[in-house]
Design a protein around this ligand. Structure first.
Ligand code: AVJ
Length: 341
């Protein structure tokens, strides 16, 4: 009991600042309601190829499972991305410059951004945007305490929908959007372009985008990354059905589904599906939907790029690739994009 340890190492002035900051922490809340969740589940399940949106993986349990995926040797993305960030952080910080307002789309547990926050010169604000509200509030509070000069402004939203971004009181020199983890790979081509266009508007002519982009590689590496030997990815995939059952009152027989993930080379993407092991019916809202034995529900795409393809897509949205950092095997890239002209 007693005083938290990190407080003992702070000056009195810092302590006052921290307690004041903590009182003011508040989430800008645009969390979608269950009506929207239900509508999207229904429309996906009524398609010829049944599908469910991958953004709904991330309830509390799903976010926890994703963190476990990130600790697997086979899921190479976080490890390699972190090594690139560590190796080139000084270059990145130099490009970004001082007094930045940093926006992160899909901030999750906010671990990755710490490398930036630890090295940036006098950052003005950090705006983590995430759909998982409890985790968001918890980690935002933590960061707020740990970075005394930084204004932390958490936003709970489905960032593919319309929502408003908060503005820090202290004016920054520029806006930089951080979008790590290759989450851009979850979007099909047209939505990916729309999303990058949205980011370009958020950045403005003076801003930039720091983005993680997963690269094409040996199919067996991809296969193992999405079919891990401990079965965590399978549990993560199946958790979507548990979540739908509990939040929308549906009756998927979760035990009668099997995780299935493979690399589709023609489309340059890993696809995750849930395959029904039996004929079954499921009630969604006031609809009854039948699922045949062997039929799949498509739950996620994870596109893999080569550097030219990504640069071309970026160019189609008005971004120019200014700098690319990769690991020595060229498995992953972190890229710094600026508006064209
Ligand atoms: C967080 C979307 C980048 O697609 O690799 C991990 C999610 N899915 N294992 C990815 C995920 C299966 C991940 N992203």
């Amino acid at each position: 009991m007693g005083i938290p340890r990190q407080w003992l190492e702070a000056t009195a002035e810092e302590l006052v600042m921290r307690s004041q900051k903590n009182r003011h922490m508040h989430v800008h809340d645009f969390k979608p309601g269950n009506e929207r969740f239900l509508a999207e589940v229904l429309s996906g399940m009524r398609k010829q190829q049944k599908e469910l949106p991958s953004k709904y993986f991330y309830d509390e349990h799903g976010s926890h499972l994703f963190k476990q995926i990130c600790m697997l040797e086979e899921y190479y993305i976080p490890r390699i991305e972190a090594s690139i960030m560590d190796a080139y952080i000084n270059d990145m910080v130099e490009l970004i410059g001082p007094q930045v307002s940093l926006f992160e789309y899909g901030s999750g547990d906010c671990v990755k951004v710490r490398t930036l926050l630890d090295h940036l010169h006098d950052p003005v604000a950090y705006v983590p945007i995430d759909i998982s509200r409890d985790q968001l509030l918890r980690v935002a509070k933590e960061l707020d305490l740990q970075y005394p000069g930084l204004k932390v402004l958490p936003v709970c939203a489905d960032y593919t929908s319309n929502f408003e971004l908060p503005v820090a009181r202290r004016p920054g020199k520029r806006v930089v959007v951080y979008f790590p983890g290759s989450t851009i790979g979850n979007f099909d081509y047209v939505p990916a372009k729309h999303f990058l266009e949205h980011i370009a508007r958020v950045c403005g002519p003076n801003g930039a985008l720091l983005i993680g982009v997963d690269l094409k590689k040996d199919t067996s590496v991809l296969h193992k990354a999405y079919n891990d030997s401990k079965g965590v990815t399978a549990t993560f995939n199946l958790n979507l059905l548990h979540r739908i059952n509990s939040e929308l009152g549906c009756d998927f027989q979760v035990d009668c589904f099997e995780h299935y993930a493979f690399y589709n080379p023609r489309e340059s993407r890993v696809e995750m599906h849930l395959i029904s092991l039996e004929d079954q019916v499921v009630h969604i809202g006031n609809m009854t939907i039948s699922i045949a034995k062997g039929e799949s529900i498509w739950t996620e795409s994870s596109y893999k790029f080569n550097l030219d393809e990504f640069a071309q897509m970026a160019a189609a949205t008005g971004f120019k690739v200014c700098k690319v950092w990769t690991d020595e095997k060229q498995w992953f890239s972190v890229q710094y994009l600026v508006p064209m002209e």
